[in-house]
Ligand binder design. Structure first.
Ligand code: NAD
Length: 341
């Protein structure tokens, strides 16, 4: 039997666990898996680009589990009433090769991206940060805000989106979240006084959402929207002033904001900081950037977390997606038993 976790089941799981607890526990799981980085099979994701978006396959494995996610990114979708990012993922038992879990990963991607952002910021930002600027309040926005509250104790979000309706829905969704929400009229206004900045915009172009003069010393930038060839958010001059951290460098060189640096692109892989092999922030005034594009190990962590939680809480349905014949060599006979001769 294969466990199926669809979106309503994940919503039930989230309600039972609590969104902030889920985000905090998942951030710890992702951090622990980053500490085991050398144990994982790794490759840059397979990406099929079109003029309007990208469809990607993101696999990884350790000795116990193989996982993959199928995900898209189509910035023009909301204008058609569709999500920019949707995803489905699978967890497979390495010992038998049998699939164990198929899960919705649209909501789970938002949760794991936010949990990854928060754990990276916990490692890289100056301690005691209270205010985060959020540029882009689309589908990822609330998850980012709640993860930074749960994992870093952020109290205030200064937010801006070019779409006033997206700002309104963000404020309505987080009205009771225990955060002070400050609506701003521009990205420049939003970043004023913020110790942390998250950019989560979706435009298939080399945008300059954050430019050099906008960011002062000591700020940590969590840049999640620059995640495809030719789709970036942070100006090269700002990157040149910063220490840059990435997930998996071979993938980020193709997809991340560091594309803007061309052949002089440089960055530290975050797992090295977690494993104590490279320094994180080295001074209070340093600007740090987490140039996030999303990596398969984060999906692995999220799928395993959901699998464990769903089993513990008795959630998820079991589906006979893999045949179970009494004689494993008699697949044909098994079919005949199911439907008759
Ligand atoms: P979305 O389309 O729901 O929201 C994006 C928002 O950005 C929209 O509300 C849009 O109006 C706003 N926007 C666009 N340009 C802007 C600008 N210059 N200034 C302010 N706001 C602007 O998309 P989403 O699902 O929230 O995803 C956001 C981004 O994050 C996408 O680019 C997506 O590809 C990326 N993403 C990255 C990861 C990762 O792991 N790094 C994971 C998921 C999504």
């Amino acid at each position: 039997m294969v466990m199926i976790v669809d979106t309503p089941t994940l919503a039930t799981l989230l309600k039972r666990v609590g969104v902030e607890t889920f985000l905090a526990e998942l951030a710890d799981r992702i951090e622990a898996d980053f500490a085991n980085w050398p144990q994982f099979e790794k490759s840059a994701r397979l990406a099929a680009h079109s003029a309007v978006g990208v469809v990607e396959l993101m696999p990884t494995a350790d000795a116990e589990w193989f996982s993959f996610k199928l995900v898209n990114g189509h910035p023009g979708n909301p204008a058609k009433g569709l999500l920019t990012v949707t995803a489905i993922g699978m967890l497979v038992d390495v010992a038998t090769g049998y699939p164990r879990l198929i899960s919705e990963m649209t909501v789970l991607t938002a949760l794991r991206t936010a949990a990854t952002s928060a754990f990276a910021a916990r490692r890289l930002a100056n301690p005691g940060a209270q205010t985060m600027a959020l540029i882009g309040t689309g589908a990822q926005g609330e998850f980012q805000a709640l993860a930074f509250k749960a994992c870093l104790g952020i109290r205030r979000i200064r937010y801006f989106d070019t779409d006033a309706a997206a700002m309104k829905k963000f404020a309505a969704n987080l009205a009771d979240a225990g955060l002070e929400l400050v609506a701003c009229r521009s990205a420049a206004e939003a970043v004023t006084g913020a110790e942390l900045i998250t950019t989560a915009t979706a435009v298939k172009a080399a945008q300059r959402v954050l430019t050099d003069g906008m960011v002062g010393p000591g700020v940590h930038i969590n840049a999640i929207g620059g995640d495809c060839p030719g789709k970036t958010e942070v100006d090269a001059r700002l990157l040149e002033r910063a220490r840059i951290f990435v997930e998996y460098l071979p993938q980020t060189l193709i997809e991340g904001d560091i594309q803007a640096l061309g052949s002089s692109a440089h960055a530290t892989e975050l797992w090295q900081v977690v494993a104590g092999r490279a320094p994180g922030r080295t001074g209070r005034d340093e600007i740090t950037v987490f140039d996030s594009v999303g990596f398969a190990i984060e999906d692995y962590s999220a799928l395993r977390y959901v699998y464990d939680k769903a089993r513990a809480l008795g959630l998820g349905s079991e589906s006979p997606l893999v045949p179970a014949p009494r004689d494993p060599k008699d697949l044909f006979g098994y079919l005949t038993e199911l439907v008759g001769r």
